[in-house]
Write a protein that binds this ligand. Structure first.
Ligand code: CA
Length: 250
């Protein structure tokens, strides 16, 4: 069940007929449960028990020759030898676009943000339901194969998720409509959580170089964004005023 043996003469037809998932998880119990559930759904699952084995596998000659390929990787973050974030970073740095779903212990929001920022596509907190994992795997594979050519660089922070390539924003699971400027502003904020921006810096980043308005324009746009994002716009949780400096996100 956990072997790395692969069919010796896999043809192209076979590789496309089965969706093959690489599972990187060091906890045996969780690994076995996931393998069982995914195999039950008709996936082929190859497991790696630590970060080094995962990277070895992803850089194996079978991968480079195209004899072996994965449709998706499920990646635990806390792993022996090489952790999940580093695996993700190495892959994206090398131009590998395999869709990645990160699994991690509950509460590590910073890991989740870091993971999404360095190119993971989705994130599930442990403990998760097997049904949800299976649903997300299916959605990810469909989206990757038949939808977007590139993996989505969705970013999530708290209850806000932004999909830059699709120009979409979800707030508490509801789609919200943002003007192009509001969208650009939110995208910038979410790319650098907790970074403090002065109004002048925001104008420089978001508005045209020949912008003639003043910094109050920024305040107005922040107010509009707050009305769309915050549960209580007068006591914002996301778009925070930093007195004497400007604004930060988170
Ligand atoms: Ca682990």
């Amino acid at each position: 069940m956990l072997s790395l043996e692969l069919p010796k003469h896999s043809t192209n037809q076979q590789t496309t007929a089965f969706n093959r998932i690489l599972l990187v998880e060091d906890e045996e119990l969780i690994r076995d449960m996931i393998v069982l559930a995914l195999e039950g759904e008709g996936y082929q699952v190859v497991s790696a028990v630590d970060g080094r084995k995962a990277l070895d596998l992803l850089q194996s000659p079978e991968i480079t020759t195209g004899e072996l390929n994965f449709d998706l990787m499920i990646l635990d973050l806390m792993l022996p030898y090489v952790n999940g974030l580093d695996i993700c970073r190495v892959l994206r740095h090398n131009g590998n676009t395999i869709p990645i779903i990160i699994l991690s212990a509950k509460g590590s929001e910073e890991d989740r943000i870091a993971g999404l920022q360095i190119g993971a596509d989705d994130y599930l907190s442990k403990p998760f339901s097997m049904g949800e994992l299976i649903a997300r795997c299916g959605a990810m594979i469909r989206r990757y194969r038949y939808g977007a050519v590139f993996p989505s660089s969705a970013r999530q922070f708290g209850e806000i998720t932004i999909f830059p390539q699709e120009c979409r924003v979800l707030v508490r699971d509801q789609e919200v409509n943002l003007s192009p400027k509001e969208f650009k502003l939110l995208e910038l904020f979410m790319s650098y959580p907790r970074r403090v921006w002065s109004r002048e810096q925001l104008i420089e980043q978001i508005w045209e170089p020949d912008f003639l308005g003043d910094t109050k324009t920024v305040d107005v746009h922040v107010r509009w964004l707050r009305e769309k994002l915050e549960q209580n716009p007068s006591q914002p949780e996301y778009l925070i005023t930093v007195r004497g400096f400007g604004y930060r996100f988170g």
